[in-house]
Design a protein around this ligand. Structure first.
Ligand code: PMP
Length: 291
């Protein structure tokens, strides 16, 4: 079934403190955020009417705003409260939420001085069909020809539009070449992350994941590390080269939207899809988000 375009859905959106009809939540074509990427967002999953790690997501939204040099006109607690109201108002039992903020159309100067900071909170029901298929078969990744910028060349800890330019290009090239998605290396040749997810590798009884020093330290990544430590699984955060990554027994991705997905292959390297540690961690994550 074709997806309903996102500007043609029913529901309500919280827009700069007002509740507006979904189809009326518009902005002008001459908007700073659109032209110069001065926009930030969050993705939050909703399970049985409860958003998972909502405060952490809103705090990251605030952090992203600060990375781009602006302040959110609403506090974290207020945004959390309004987000919960949106879930109830739109009756979203299981779904996804998108808080976002951007500089408005008051100026087209690059610095965006004096622009209004616009904020929205949107929530919608999510559909899992494609995700279930990828989970069952494992995801087939390639190494992108694009490299993550160095830590001093990108606001890598922010979820901002500019960071996602590369992710979109890498994803489309991967799909064009017959893969499901891409992993990106950094300029040192170390594995960083997927286009919208973090990556883990399992070596025997140990869980290894790249040090998040030039890419997003995902909330799901942190949750998986926490679960693994609680289960007495040794967690190693380190720089991982592609050669080392290919020596792992199993590998998987994590992220709010995908939750977790086993990796079937990276380029021509195939991984085992039946790994006890992975099964344990993914079950524990599932229990946690649904608790
Ligand atoms: N890396 C990137 C580039 C992402 O877009 C995401 C999704 N937000 C992640 C990692 C995973 O982050 P989280 O677990 O906080 O969703």
């Amino acid at each position: 079934m074709a997806q309903i375009p996102f500007d043609q859905r029913d529901g309500k959106i919280w827009y700069n403190g007002q509740i507006v009809d979904w189809k009326d939540a518009k902005l002008h074509v001459l908007t700073h955020g659109l032209h110069y990427g001065s926009s930030i967002y969050e993705g939050v999953r909703i399970y049985n009417y409860k958003p998972f790690k909502l405060k952490e997501h809103m705090e990251r939204l605030k952090h992203s705003a600060n990375c781009l040099g602006f302040e959110l006109p609403y506090g974290v607690n207020e945004l959390c409260e309004k987000f919960l109201e949106q879930i109830a108002l739109n009756d979203i039992a299981n779904g996804y939420g998108r808080p976002a903020a951007w500089r408005g159309s008051e100026t087209m100067l690059i610095g965006g001085e004096g622009t209004k900071i616009n904020v929205i909170l949107a929530v919608w029901k999510s559909f899992e069909n494609k995700r279930n298929e990828l989970r069952e078969n494992g995801i087939r990744l390639c190494i992108s020809k694009w490299r993550k910028p160095n830590a001093d060349s990108s606001p890598y800890s922010a979820k901002c539009a500019g960071v996602y330019t590369l992710c979109t290009i890498a994803k489309n090239e991967a799909v064009g070449n017959g893969f499901d998605d891409a992993l990106l290396l950094d300029s040192r040749g170390f594995i960083t992350e997927g286009t919208t997810s973090n990556v883990f590798f399992i070596y025997g009884n140990e869980l290894h994941t790249p040090t998040a020093d030039c890419f997003l330290n995902g909330i799901t990544r942190q949750t998986f590390i926490h679960i693994a430590k609680e289960k007495n699984i040794k967690v190693v955060e380190r720089h991982i080269s592609l050669d080392e990554a290919k020596k792992a027994d199993s590998a998987f991705l994590t992220g709010t939207a995908i939750e977790t997905n086993p990796i079937k292959s990276i380029d021509d390297k195939e991984y085992s899809l039946s790994n006890e540690i992975y099964k344990l961690l993914s079950n524990e994550y599932s229990k946690l988000v649904n608790s």
